[in-house]
Design a protein around this ligand. Structure first.
Ligand SMILES: C[S@@+](CC[C@H](N)C(=O)[O-])C[C@H]1O[C@@H](n2cnc3c(N)ncnc32)[C@H](O)[C@@H]1O
Length: 338
């Protein structure tokens, strides 16, 4: 690791920067290609600096992560979990529902983060049923992930279950439902996620639309159906996951009623294969209120950025104290278990 030079102003340990860059430039076989799109910014000095500073500012809200037991709920490819491990967390449990991402994290860590063995554990699991013992955890993180959970109430209840008294939940997300401009753009984004077309839309790239994914599920499960029937059934099974689609269509083919769940504009689409939703909107104040009811002292913070430089950070600290949720581009929720 001695040859690593950490770019100026990046508050990350050299071992993290070195290993993350190796993982991106000499990626182990079998890692999902999306790993590069998702974490490619870590190869660029300026964007790496912003990425790390954003995490540092977030964890500063709870006094850092050193020596803490952390659960990263919706950990994706696990780079935040690895950074938390490098910042001295005692254990990090990275929980990810999407198998290709969880497996990619394991492959990347085996190849380039061997020094985290025994400290960062990747698990395939669901934030709504955390594979974690009661009152065993100091911090639950949900970084750009809560907008993808299908059952957010169950996740919040899980936070109450797994955290020790005094432990923290930290939620950070860009889908600020209190901001009417973000809300309007997101409604159109949802429509495109569901029906297409694929390709760029704002900051997003629309992947294969959900209706096409349901067609694939139907083709795999009911190879006897012709293409027209598959397309028609895919249109009326919107919002269902694989198990629900198979159950609804099996019952229909046995003489029961046809499914009737056509896409309703303004609803958040659901990925049928893995069951997650796409860019659900929340008002951070509402999430904080729900956590209060579950036994937390919670606060919602409007977020305007702040990791780019100290001036923006200072401006963010001022704006955060004002009732600015409706203009903020993101929100954070920090809650302490009573
Ligand atoms: C936008 S990514 C964020 C990943 C990571 N937290 C980060 O900041 O790099 C959201 C992740 O949440 C995962 N996810 C969605 N629903 C989930 C659930 N119920 N349980 C666990 N992970 C979930 C998705 O598969 C995806 O990898």
């Amino acid at each position: 690791m001695t040859e690593t030079t950490v770019p100026p102003g990046v508050p990350a340990p050299a071992e993290f920067v070195h290993a993350a860059r190796l993982a991106l430039s000499r990626t182990p076989e079998g890692v999902d290609p999306w790993f590069h799109q998702y974490n490619g910014e870590l190869l660029d000095d300026r964007r790496l600096r912003t990425w790390v500073r954003a995490k540092r500012q977030l964890f500063d809200l709870i006094g850092g992560v050193r020596d803490k037991v952390v659960v990263d709920a919706g950990s994706g490819f696990g780079m935040v979990s690895n950074l938390v491990g490098c910042w001295g967390a005692r254990h990090v449990c990275a929980v990810e529902v999407h198998t290709p991402m969880a497996e990619s994290h394991a492959r990347v860590n085996a190849a380039w983060f061997p020094f985290l063995v025994g400290r960062v554990f990747g698990l395939r699991g669901d934030a709504s049923h955390l594979p974690i013992r009661n009152a065993s955890t100091d911090v639950v993180l949900s970084i750009e992930a809560i907008s993808h959970y299908y059952d957010v109430d169950a996740f919040l209840a899980e936070c109450a279950r797994v955290l020790r008294p005094g432990g923290h939940v930290v939620i950070s997300d860009g889908n600020n439902g209190a901001n009417s401009r973000i809300r309007a753009t997101t409604l159109e984004l949802w429509r495109r996620f569901e029906l297409g077309p694929e390709g760029p839309f704002g900051d997003h790239v629309i992947p294969e639309p959900m209706v096409s994914r349901r067609e694939r599920v139907l083709r795999q499960s009911f190879p006897q159906l012709d293409a027209g029937r598959v397309a028609a059934l895919a249109r009326v099974t919107s919002g269902m996951d694989r198990a629900q689609i198979v159950a609804a269509v099996t019952s229909h083919l046995a003489g029961g009623p046809a499914p009737t769940q056509a896409y309703v504009p303004g609803t958040c689409p659901r990925e049928p294969e893995w069951g997650y939703v796409l860019e659900q909107l929340f008002d951070g104040r509402d999430l904080a209120a729900r956590l209060e009811r579950l036994g937390f002292d919670a606060r919602a913070l409007p977020h305007f950025g702040g990791a780019v430089n100290d001036v923006v950070h200072a401006a963010n600290l001022v704006l955060r104290r004002l009732p600015t949720h409706r203009w903020a581009r993101a929100y954070r929720v920090v809650a302490r278990r009573r």
